[in-house]
Ligand binder design. Sequence first.
Ligand code: F6R
Length: 614
Amino acid sequence: MCGIVAIIGKENACEHVLNGLKKLEYRGYDSAGLAYISDKKMFNVRSVGKLNKLIKVISESKYSKLESSKIAIGHTRWATHGKVNIKNTHPIIYDKKIAVVHNGIIENYEKLKAKSFLKSYNFETTTDTEVIPVLIDSFVSNGKNFFESAKSTLKLMEGAYAFAAIHQDFPNEIFVARNTSPLVIGVGQDFKVVGSDSHSITQLVNQVIYLEDGDYAIIRDKEIEIYDKKDEITNRKIVNVNTDIGVVTKDGYRHFMEKEIFEQPNVLINTISSLLQENDKIDISTQKMGIKKNKSILISAAGTSFYAAVVAKYWIEKIANISVSVELASEYRYRNPSNIGFSSMIVISQSGESIDTLMAMRQAKKLNLKTTAIVNVEGSTIDREADYSIYTRVGPEIGVASTKSFTSQLTVLFLISIKLANENNSINNKDYKNFVRLIKTLPNSLSKCLKINSDIINIAQKIKNTSHTIFLGRGYLYPLALEGALKLKEISYIHAEGFAAGEMKHGPIALIEENLPVIMFLISDGLEDKSISNLQEAVSRGARTILIADKESIAKAKFVNFAIEIPEFEKKFVTTFSPILMAIPAQLLAYHVARERGTDVDQPRNLAKSVTVE
Ligand code: F6R
């Protein structure tokens, strides 16, 4: 991880690389650098920290012929092997003549380093990446050209990776390779550009080629030669992509996360209108999804997308009476699962690149399940490999913490639930129409939910100095408790655990101590009294209680320290829609606590937006 940009054949190559890297910033990274060749000489500049720091370093020192170079590679690094320091920052340079930028992990790098033919080499970094330029050099020293050397290197590598390499003695070529980690080549007329995603290069090109697993290529300014894993020259499709959507800005918000929380009413309109036709039919094919009578549905995902899957299980089982299994992608991919009883798998992924989710989907394909991706990034690996894709259409999500993706994923999953229910007559046409009517009101309801912002700021100020928190929920709001806890811990670094309210007595209650904030999501679903009792038990042990709930539940739990009331929603359906409505206070609470604590909200420490390594 995390971002690669490379360019050949264009004036100001370094500047273009920096612009591309800027567009990959949202993925999260800890250091950045670039390398370029000028007059057959390799130069590089690297810095720990954000891109602005790299740009400052460039502007403060005189870098030789930086402007005139037409070949450059750049990288934003999210450390996997080796500490965050200048030496380990990419490009990793060997002997001032070979530069490599690399995402992913070379699993056998220790074995490769120990090869007898590399005995005379000194490794200067603690990265797995360094083995690439060293191997290339060893092959070049033995008389092979750059392409053959890079190819021979590739053949020795195991793991999931994408990389780009340049050599000062071969200044007209970039070598790239992909295995699992994404890589896209942009096709300009007299130049070529490479990026970790199409978004990073569409300011320069509107035609791209997505490399497939095992592909490698030698790229010159006017030509691209691509080889597949059998070493046969191959023609990959040239795809037209939307021209540059421009640099995404914060539009006056303090953080991208804040902007993305507040744009949810609008983006939900996009999600809904792209899938709901004028006649109220839902433009999703359950046949293409491979859903069959008497067969269960499997849903797999990671992180927040997984919590959306858990909500979907509750919805589909309740509304459509079809049994659903949810699987953490990182578990499913390795546990030799059975396909008995299943005909289809849905994977959910904002980025479309999460390696675990991709692998879970491949595993399902091996088991002959039809795969459907609910995905935001069109053209991503998961989108391209799924049998069928449904897009959330929320635009780029820049904040590392998923917000608008979650509510849009839930909306798509709800549409699937009622489509299934209508098809198998679990609900009649009247109920179906009613649900559709309510879905159309969701953007407006979310706007109302956003109005509780100032109440949440007030609570955030009260709990910002705590070290631990507990989130509770029951039924549809159990996955939301997990999501609320994830959101808080990842951006504020406060330890947060989510539990099903009914589980408190089975262990977690031991954690309650004086002043521990316990945050409960609650809705009048007929079981609210049970959850209120759970909350009382926490109060008796000194907890500070925060209730996020509907008016009726709040009236029953007057003893809590703070209560946040969600706006009114049609009474009969408020429970069903509660995970979407309550996502807003969960996100706002995490956001304001983190902001009050002064953390890097959009790029929290240690996290990356696209998790392309295990
Ligand atoms: C949490 C978050 C992550 C992602 C997870 C899956 O705020 O953003 O937990 O949800 O890494 O990512 P995608 O949906 O891109 O597969």
